[in-house]
Design a protein around this ligand. Structure first.
Ligand code: KG4
Ligand code: ZN
Length: 334
């Protein structure tokens, strides 16, 4: 089955063709990020307009790169949420119209669940076999994005059950806010990661352990960083703040994810979302998981960030297991 995926939940307009839920034949993404940079955050109205301008072109390119005609597409999957409502509506309207015109099934897919599916995809040349793919299930999933930080239990049928979430800010949001405090620009994750390489992670003591066992909390650490920068007499170097902040949040993510594996007696963990692109997180998670005999999977770098391949991939799995959407499909917010 060749599935066309459409993703427009935030500032990226993405279209992808995925074969049988595994092999990414194409994954084209246009970003409106440069238009938002001066505001140090995403402006919803600008993002929606950019989606309208790009979506047809991005879809055409995705079909072309996959070497398929629109009539060869067997199903259309689209992000139904969570996300910015104006942005989601562009993708959903476009997908509904295509599905109606082609007479092909339509399926709305959750953005967060799809982030966790990204580890199950492979680029065109490195084909995974389907048996190996489902051998990873059941597993625990950690979503680390700009708007969410959550742990899920994923069963054999790709059903997702929420285990815990953040009580306040998401981890990506914390990276973005700390970067803003340090005047590093937007988005914060990649710049903090780069600056942290020049600093000492043990120079400033930060902590961000959520109140309950598996719950997360990242708003306190952001305030702690702000206080450190306001200490005019003994202000640490920005690189030391960045490294110490990154270490504190990564240690929490690692500790709670592996604790969830222990509680649920599951030895496989998948990580997804923009912060999964962070190489320090990848390294620390892999080190600790090895010690505790947990297998951990991260998506390829490009599939960590928002993309339509993850939507098409998970949509295929859900469709095969009987899920359908009607033309009354609407955006799911939050
Ligand atoms: O998943 P994503 O692309 O969009 C949402 O669904 O929110 O995640 C975006 C978030 C931003 O907060 C960004 O700062 C963060 O991912 N991010 C990173 C890195 N690259 C992106 N955080 C830490 N390290 C990175 N290398
Ligand atoms: Zn995302």
């Amino acid at each position: 089955m060749r599935v066309l995926g459409i993703e427009t939940s935030c500032d990226e307009t993405s279209a992808s063709v995925v074969k049988d839920g595994r092999v990414v034949l194409s994954n084209i993404t246009a970003s409106s990020l440069r238009l938002h940079k001066k505001y140090q955050g995403i402006i919803p109205e600008i993002a929606s307009r950019a989606h309208i301008e790009s979506i047809s072109l991005v879809t055409k390119q995705a079909l072309q790169e996959a070497g398929v005609k629109i009539k060869d597409i067997d199903m259309i999957c689209v992000t139904k949420g969570p996300g910015l409502v104006g942005s989601l509506l562009v993708g959903i309207s476009f997908a509904k119209a295509l599905s109606f015109a082609l007479g092909k099934p339509l399926l709305g897919v959750g953005h967060l669940e799809a982030h966790l599916y990204a580890s199950f995809l492979s680029e065109r040349k490195r084909r995974t076999n389907p048996k190996k793919q489902t051998a990873l299930l059941p597993c625990i999933g950690l979503v680390v994005s700009g708007g969410h930080t959550s742990l899920y239990y994923i069963n054999q049928d790709f059903n997702f059950r929420l285990i815990s979430a953040t009580a306040d800010d998401a981890v990506g949001e914390a990276f973005d806010k700390v970067a803003k405090i340090l005047n590093l620009g937007y988005p914060g994750g990649p710049v903090i990661e780069k600056l942290a390489k020049e600093g000492s992670a043990d120079s400033v003591r930060f902590s961000c352990r959520g109140s309950q066992d598996l719950g997360f909390s990242f708003s306190g650490i952001k305030t702690a960083v702000l206080y450190k920068t306001q200490n005019t007499e003994r202000k640490p170097h920005d690189a030391d703040i960045a490294a110490s902040f990154q270490k504190a949040v990564v240690e929490t993510l690692v500790e709670k994810s592996l604790l969830a594996c222990e509680h649920k007696k599951i030895a496989t963990l998948v990580v997804g979302g923009g912060v999964a692109a962070n190489s320090y997180l990848r390294k620390r998670m892999e080190e600790e998981a090895r010690l505790r005999k947990v297998r951990v999977f991260f998506p390829d770098f490009t599939l960590s960030l928002d993309n339509a391949a993850m939507i098409a991939g998970l949509g295929y799995q859900w469709y095969k297991r009987g899920r359908h959407s009607s033309y009354s499909l609407t955006a799911e917010l939050s």
